[in-house]
Design a protein. Structure first.
Length: 383
């Protein structure tokens, strides 16, 4: 059995976790501080805030930028449902911008057109959320320019893109956005089992994120409205959540981060090998924009031809114990979002892409022999 993705845990990772289990702190403590600092430095960001999951991170990012009832958030349909759902947690409306047919990321042309229309109807979004699909950074300089022109905020959903680089440097430095989100679910680039992290440049946004992840409370005497009444004293200033990461998870994360270049290099080598191995098959391989460096979270191919039978290819490969997958069923066509009024045809590029997409296995422990099995199985399945 070959999964589409899998974590890589070594003895050092295990030792790091065991050490925390023997220490005084299990919940958020010194290891969370260290993990935040490690990633802040790695990405060149000013502030990092670790949270319990990527989804919790999106929820807090939207709240910290004041998304609420009556507001609208735009994202792409080619993402995990969490990107859109977190806006619904805030009581906001969600709308979708179609993807580019080549990069499978948010189309800047579609975004510009939609903004022009929205301005005419006075219905501009408060937040736009580009998703770095498969680890390939979106055109952030262009999205940033539109944000200045139209006055919206930008959250980068970089769940796939830890270690990726765009025109402005490492994803996470948030040069072209307000907040960047990472996820550390086991299928992603590095893992903390469950976990997420928010990166930003604005000190006040970071402080708000920290407060919101812990019930909306603060222990900072400088923030007290009622003066500090003693060392025990904390105040709740708004309605927050319990979205903290544990020291157990953070220790695993810091340990994993030590091997990130190895993980990224291995993924890249396998991607190049896929490119050569798939050359003679009727499939379109993923393209890396020459201006960026993808983290290659996913290896997605598109089946060529006018009406390829993706279901047949998928079922045949699964029968060979190759656990191919499909990323993503367009979010606007999920029954929950259809019930809000979205219909087929709303985002034609994302829908056309979805009908042909197939995610092949890609992870650091995938061996060349296993990769050859995948390629052979795909060749047979396409016949
Ligand atoms: C995984 C993922 C998330 C959610 O992350 P979790 O850590 O699983 O909550 C959000 N957006 C995208 C694009 C993802 O792939």
């Amino acid at each position: 059995m070959i999964p589409y993705a899998r974590q890589n845990i070594d003895e050092q990772d295990i030792d790091a976790v065991v050490e925390v289990l023997k220490s005084d702190w299990l919940t958020q403590g010194p290891m969370v501080d260290r993990f935040e600092n490690d990633l802040r430095r790695y990405c060149g960001a000013d502030h990092a805030v670790a949270v319990s999951s990527g989804t919790a991170g999106l929820h807090l990012a939207y709240l910290a930028l004041d998304l609420g009832p009556g507001d609208c958030l735009w994202t792409v349909p080619n993402t995990f449902v969490a990107t859109a759902n977190a806006a619904r947690y805030c009581g906001a409306d969600v709308d979708f911008v179609d993807i580019d047919a080549r990069s499978w990321n948010m189309s800047v042309d579609a975004l510009r057109e939609k903004l022009e229309q929205a301005q005419r109807h006075s219905r501009l979004p408060k937040i736009v959320v580009p998703v770095h699909f498969g680890g390939q950074p979106c055109d952030m300089p262009a999205i940033h320019a539109l944000a200045r022109e139209y006055g919206f905020r930008v959250v980068e959903d970089a769940a796939h893109a830890v270690g990726a680089e765009g025109p402005g440097g490492k994803v996470g430095n948030s040069r072209f956005s307000d907040i960047t989100l990472f996820s550390f679910h086991p299928v992603k680039i590095i893992t903390t089992a469950e976990g997420g992290l928010l990166l930003c440049r604005d000190e006040r946004v970071a402080a708000r994120l920290r407060r919101l992840r812990s019930h909306g409370t603060t222990r900072d005497a400088a923030e007290m409205t009622d003066g500090s009444q003693g060392a025990w004293y904390y105040e709740q200033h708004e309605l927050g959540y319990h979205y903290r990461m544990t020291d157990i998870q953070a220790a695993l994360g810091s340990s994993q981060l030590r091997r990130i270049e190895e993980f990224l290099g291995r993924r890249r080598a396998l991607v190049e090998r896929y490119g050569r191995g798939l050359e003679s098959l009727p499939v379109i391989c993923p393209r890396e924009d020459p201006r960026v460096r993808s983290s290659w979270h996913l290896y997605v191919i598109e089946l060529a031809g006018s009406n390829p039978d993706r279901r047949k290819v998928f079922d045949r490969m699964r029968a060979d114990q190759i656990l191919v997958n499909v990323h993503y069923s367009p979010v606007h066509l999920q029954p929950y979002y259809r019930a809000l009024g979205f219909k087929p045809g709303y985002c034609p590029n994302a829908e056309r892409y979805y009908a042909r997409a197939l995610t092949l296995p890609l992870y650091p422990d995938l061996t060349e022999e296993m990769q050859d099995q995948v390629i052979e199985s795909l060749g047979r399945a396409l016949q």
